[in-house]
Structure formats: structure tokens, C-alpha cells
Design a protein around this ligand. Structure first.
Ligand SMILES: Cc1ncc(COP(=O)(O)O)c(C=O)c1O
Length: 388
């Protein structure tokens, strides 16, 4: 039906207007259809959560919100002050602060300002990338990875992880045959939390990026041991066809404030920019807050220290009760469970604890975000009660 309508639209316009203007219009119309379809991507996690919890009565008090990898320690005091100080500008579209934020991010990343594109969270930029490259071919990615559950919306080719739950870079390289338009790598990966050794990923980029651009989704890179050494900004500085996506939702506690950015050379940013919201993305208070949060190194350190302590507590708890886990370089961790994920989710939810479930490698898995020590204690108590 859609195709017929599109053909009809094509014929009608070609008959009445100049060819180039018409095809530009059609391309835009087709892209808009895709944009609308792809925007579901941003809704899918919550939709999945709603489906998981369908038929359950959520408890009145949530003891631990460990389902969305948020930062429970934020927003920081300095972020809040910046928000309050700029709130009276929120009647204006987001211009004031945009240039300052781009300058600050470019300095932090060591790239020219022309290499930065802002978005309302990295979801906006990820969605735009899926539309821009998804129209040209398949997106080749790991299975599972952050986008792998969206195969109905994105044309994709999924490549299973290795036996130690890492992205299989050689298998991806071997599959490249011209039908793919983009390699998508979540690093650290979500849901596994595993990070690729920087030298391996860099060597992969060196080998393939002349043929196909590589998108590295570094949403959790701030939790790596040495983010500067483990991120792929160096490949961009070296002129490679690499697109990095970053979010402020995690380390900076901006999940609800919605600030993310892309780093790439301008030719690549120009490919995705037409599918972004073009300056109507970030609010003036969010700009002010983002500038304050990036400068607030104390809060970032506090988050990393607290995350490490809560993560260690959770590792120790799982080991004590005889459960294995995948060592995580992010603010969540994934471990195999001995019951159906949906059963665990509903039982934990009844105890006021929210987590996520996964199913791959013929196993059921639980992904638990790293929250405050109280939240991890609530999780461990509820989990013990359920499995014992
Ligand atoms: C790997 C990954 N990429 C992107 C996002 C989207 O983040 P946001 O839109 O909040 O910036 C998430 C959110 O959890 C994520 O896990």
C-alpha cells in the first residue's frame, strides 16, 4: 500500500514539476516516513518495559530503579544551580548556550568545533544515523547490542558475540560484502557491559573504515578504566570514517535533561544532520546545566567512586550465591539466571526492584543497573528471597 502510494506520488509530481525538485521532494518524503518509523526506536525501551510488566501492579514504593542505567547520585548541586539560574530563559528556543557547549565539548575531546553535533540525548543522533545509513544498506552490528532488538525497524545484519561475550570483529569484517552501509559497535556493549580492547577496535577501524563507516556508540565509555585511551576519538583525529556517539545521561546524570553529541568529521556529520531536529533539540536550561556538569569534575569522580563500590558489592553478592557474571566496564552488569526472565522481573517488581531481562546464547539473563548501595542491598535481598 505504501509503495503504491509512493509510486503514485512520484508519478504525479514528475508530471507537474521539474525532475530534480521532484526527486528531492520524494527523497525527503521517503526519509520522513522512515524518520517517523525510526523514531519508535526512542520509545522501544520503555515499551519493552511496559510489556514486561503488563498485568502487574507496581508496588507503591520502588526500592530500587535498576532498569535503565541511570545515575542515582545526580543531578549534581552545580547542575541544579545552573538549571535554576537559567530557568527564566526557557520561553526561548535553545540558542543561548549552544555555541559555548560545542566549544567546551570540542576542547574536552580535542577536536575542532566542526566535528561536534549536538542532540537531545544520543537517541536523536542514533535515530538519525539509523535513518541516514539504513536507507543506503544494512547496519551490521553485534548480537546482542543496544540496537539489536530493533530489527523490525532497522535493516540490520546481526553477528553473534564471541564465546566470551565480546563483539566478534573478525566475523563482522568477514561478512562485509557491499550490502552493508554502516558498522554499529556499542562499546562498552549494552547489555553485556564488556569493552573491546582499544588496540583491537582501532586495528579493525584501520582495516574497514575506508570501505564502510564505523559508528562507535560510547554511551558508557566514561565508566571505562581509562576513557581517553579506550575511546576512538584518536581514529577521528586521524581522519578515519568513524562516528562516535556520546550521551550525558549516564556519568553526568542527564537522562531526563536530554543532552548528547556526535563526534566525526564534518562530511559524516552532514550525512546524519538532515534527520535531526535542527536546533529545536536542547533547551536553554539544559545547555546551562550541561556546561556546569562538564566542569563539575568532583561530581563525576563521586559517581565513579560510588559506582565502583556498588558494583563490587554486587559482584561479591553474586559470587557468594553461586552466580557468574560478565565483568562490566559500565554502570550495569549482566548475569545468567536460572529462571525465565519475565518470571524474575515480575517477582523482583513485586519486591519494589526494577531490572531488565535478556535472552540469548540459549540462556536467560538479568541486566541490573548499578545504583546506590541501598538499592543494591534491596536488589540482593529481593533476589535472595526469590531464588532461595
Ligand atoms: C548504548 C546506548 N546508546 C544510547 C543510549 C541512549 O541514551 P540517551 O538517549 O539517553 O542519550 C543508551 C541508553 O541507555 C544506551 O545504552
Amino acid at each position: 500500500m505504501n509503495i503504491n502510494r509512493r509510486d503514485w506520488l512520484k508519478k504525479g509530481i514528475l508530471a507537474t514539476a521539474g525532475l530534480s525538485a521532484a526527486s528531492a521532494f520524494i527523497q525527503k518524503a521517503e526519509a520522513n516516513t522512515l524518520v517517523r518509523k525510526e523514531l519508535q526506536l526512542s520509545l522501544s525501551p520503555d515499551f519493552e518495559l511496559q510489556k514486561s510488566f503488563a498485568g502487574m501492579n507496581p508496588p507503591a514504593v520502588m526500592k530500587a530503579r535498576l532498569g535503565a542505567n541511570e545515575n542515582p547520585w545526580g543531578p549534581s548541586e552545580k547542575t541544579k544551580q545552573a538549571l535554576i539560574a537559567s530557568i527564566s530563559e526557557s520561553n526561548r528556543y535553545g540558542r543561548q548556550g549552544r555555541a559555548d557547549l560545542i566549544k567546551l565539548i570540542a576542547e574536552k575531546e580535542g577536536v575542532p568545533e566542526s566535528h561536534i553535533l549536538l542532540g537531545a540525548g544520543s537517541t536523536e543522533l542514533l535515530t538519525a544515523s539509523m535513518v541516514a545509513y539504513g536507507m543506503k544498506g544494512k547496519i551490521i552490528c553485534g548480537d546482542p547490542c543496544y540496537i539489536s532488538g530493533n530489527e523490525e525497524k532497522i535493516p540490520m545484519e546481526k553477528v553473534p558475540l564471541t564465546t566470551d561475550y565480546q563483539y566478534d570483529l573478525s566475523a563482522i569484517e568477514a561478512r562485509l560484502n557491499g550490502s552493508q552501509s554502516l558498522v554499529y559497535i556499542t562499546n562498552p556493549n549494552n547489555p553485556t557491559g564488556a569493552i573491546l580492547p582499544a588496540d583491537q577496535l582501532k586495528a579493525f577501524i584501520d582495516k574497514v573504515s575506508d570501505k564502510i563507516p564505523v559508528l562507535v556508540d560510547e554511551a558508557y565509555i566514561d565508566y571505562a578504566k581509562d576513557p581517553k585511551a579506550e575511546c576512538m576519538v584518536g581514529s577521528i583525529v586521524a581522519g578515519k570514517n568513524v562516528l562516535i556517539l556520546r550521551t550525558m545521561s549516564k556519568l553526568y546524570a542527564f537522562a531526563g535533561l536530554r543532552v548528547g553529541y556526535a563526534i566525526a568529521k564534518p562530511e559524516i556529520l552532514k550525512t546524519i544532520q538532515p534527520y535531526c531536529s535542527g536546533g529545536f533539540d536542547i533547551s536553554v536550561p539544559s545547555f546551562a546545566a550541561a556546561i556546569a556538569a562538564i566542569k563539575d569534575v568532583e561530581f563525576q569522580k563521586l559517581t565513579l567512586t560510588n559506582t565502583a563500590a556498588s558494583k563490587q558489592f554486587t559482584y561479591d553478592f553474586l559470587t557468594k550465591i553461586g552466580y557468574k557474571y560478565i565483568p562490566s566496564s559500565a554502570n550495569f552488569l549482566l548475569f545468567p539466571i536460572k529462571m525465565k526472565g519475565s518470571d524474575l522481573l515480575s517477582k523482583l517488581m513485586a519486591e519494589g526492584v526494577m531490572v531488565r531481562k535478556w535472552e540469548f546464547d540459549r540462556q536467560h539473563w538479568c541486566r541490573v543497573s548499578i545504583g546506590t548501595m541501598d538499592e543494591m542491598k534491596a536488589f540482593s535481598e529481593a533476589f535472595t528471597k526469590i531464588v532461595s
